[in-house]
Design a protein around this ligand. Structure first.
Ligand code: 5AD
Ligand code: SF4
Length: 492
């Protein structure tokens, strides 16, 4: 095994033992020390609780699951944010409003902290990799106890220990590491589905995007480690996985080992990995997020076509329909390339659902550029499009380009939304009347008489059924389409 893994913490560490220098033994040591602290509290009748509040993407959600796994190994019990003794905010900084959301939350926490002196507050994630943000938090929110970034999640046990026993603010923002310590034993929201990281970081440097600066260079996990993870998850009851990476198509460009980043095996890219994952017995659905249109290969389309386990849903961010804007964004494809790709995908996978990300108001975007975007939306016929207003990120090349006035952006955004939702509405409804396989996820929060299941294309259907169906695949007739979800019934 190439990776260092934190799991199966031994019971036997004691405070007076020397602190191991190597990971993962070091964190196992601190898990064990913190666990003693939790035990002592329990003996006095006090159960310590935690909450993790997650902002942002699937990658962050998965990181939070991994931290939840660590905290549960320590002995913390999950609770709502307001009842927790330890609250961790896992932040996103892809757009400025994500930053504002965190500051809003921190403002409210001051009062909570005054009520409960023992409350520990931690902040981690992408925002913390920006020095000016860390500086601002230290100055304006001095009551925050623990700060760490995207490269040292696995060191959370040590940071908690430092804060509790040495009464120091535990602030550790690291530069990009040469080695990687994987955390196994993530606590999943659903027992039957899970994300699996296949790579970390991004090398694409789209000119608007902060991700390459806060998540570092691309580092792929070895195929052996990924496949072993998936096999273990299947053993543990998982039937659906999502392979995660900022651009899964460049999987395998740089592999990482514990002590170094090594060169690629040029023959083992994402298509081969996906194919290998599909061969794992017991696994029933495979998704992946996100492929970049610049290098989505024919080989990948063919692997999807040959493997019915791969869900017929592809999220293919277009960002803009104007070749000129795409060039300024450093996306490295043209409008024509993108549309040809869409056509190829639709020919190979006629039932596929396509979704996308679109950004409005990138610097220099003209009305003619915007019309090109509308044209792509009409031609590509997306089932869903996530639309964003361009947000200026300090340190990215686009931040110093000439910005589009706010009212012009707002007007384009509204017009885009109208076109996108009309198309999505019709596209999503196209399965009405059909009986399809769904994975039943949970009881419906609004109407407890109903179960909620997920279609292969990621849409939800609500229907009545027994609790015993949760986690199972069932055939459901989609009786009525309601925009972005269905109501249905199990055919008798
Ligand atoms: N402003 C607005 N949207 C952005 N995204 C990335 N960076 C920015 C930014 N600076 C969007 C892109 C990406 C999605 C995850 O977030 O559309 O695909
Ligand atoms: Fe950001 Fe582009 Fe990398 Fe996606 S591919 S994370 S948009 S730089």
């Amino acid at each position: 095994m190439d990776e260092r893994v934190i799991s199966n913490i031994p019971e036997a560490y004691h405070v007076n033992e020397p602190v191991p220098e190597q990971e993962p033994e070091r964190q196992e040591f601190f898990v064990s020390l913190c666990r003693n602290m939790i035990k002592a509290n329990r003996e006095e009748g006090r159960i310590l609780r935690y909450a993790i509040v997650t902002f942002g993407c699937q990658m962050n959600a998965h990181d939070s699951d991994r931290m939840r796994g660590l905290l549960e190994q320590i002995g913390y019990v999950e609770a709502p944010e307001k009842e927790a003794d330890l609250v961790i905010y896992n932040t996103c900084t892809v757009r400025e409003n994500a930053n504002q959301k965190l500051y809003g939350h921190l403002g409210q926490l001051k009062a909570l902290k005054r009520e409960n002196k023992d409350l520990l507050i931690g902040i981690c994630g992408c925002m913390m990799q920006q020095p000016e943000v860390v500086e601002h938090i230290r100055k304006s929110y001095p009551f925050v106890d623990i700060l760490f970034g995207t490269y040292n999640l696995h060191r959370l046990p040590e940071l908690i220990y430092l804060r509790l026993y040495e009464d120091k603010h535990a602030i550790e923002i690291l530069p990009e590491p040469r080695e990687h310590v994987e955390i196994r034993g993530a606590k999943r929201k659903y027992p039957f589905k899970s994300g699996v990281n296949i790579m970390y970081g991004c090398n694409n440097f789209c000119t608007y995007c902060i991700v390459p600066y806060v998540r570092g260079r691309e580092r792929s996990r070895t195929p052996e480690d990924i496949l072993q993870d998936v096999r273990d998850l299947v053993q543990d009851g998982v039937c659906e996985i999502m392979l995660l990476g900022q651009n899964v198509n460049s999987y395998g460009t740089n592999f990482m080992e514990p002590s170094a980043i090594i060169d690629a095996d040029p023959d083992f890219g994402f298509p081969k990995l996906l194919d290998a994952v599909c061969q794992i017995p017991g696994l029933q659905r495979v998704r992946f997020m996100t492929p970049h249109p610049k290098d989505l290969s024919d080989e990948l389309i063919d692997v999807i076509r040959r493997n019915p386990k791969v869900c017929r849903h592809i999220h293919l961010p277009v960002q803009s329909g104007s070749t000129e804007v795409l060039r300024k964004m450093n996306r490295r494809y043209t409008k024509e390339h993108y549309l040809t790709l869409v056509q190829k995908i639709r020919e190979a996978l006629p039932d596929v659902s396509l979704t996308t990300d679109i950004m409005i108001g990138f610097p220099g975007e003209t009305e003619a550029d915007f019309q090109e975007t509308l044209d792509v939306v009409r031609q590509a016929q997306y089932d869903q499009a996530y639309t964003f207003i361009y947000s200026r990120r300090t340190g990215t090349p686009a931040a110093v380009m000439e910005q589009v006035p706010e009212d012009v952006v707002k007007d384009r955004f509204d017009r885009l939304l109208k076109v996108v939702s009309e198309i999505a509405h019709t596209r999503c409804g196209r399965f009405e009347g059909q009986t399809v396989e769904v994975l039943v996820e949970e009881r419906n929060a609004q109407d407890p008489n109903l179960l909620t299941g997920r279609l292969e294309n990621n849409l939800l259907v609500h229907f009545s059924g027994e609790d015993s169906l949760i986690g199972q695949f069932v055939q459901v007739k989609l009786t009525k389409a309601h925009g972005f979800y269905y109501t249905g019934e199990i055919p008798s």
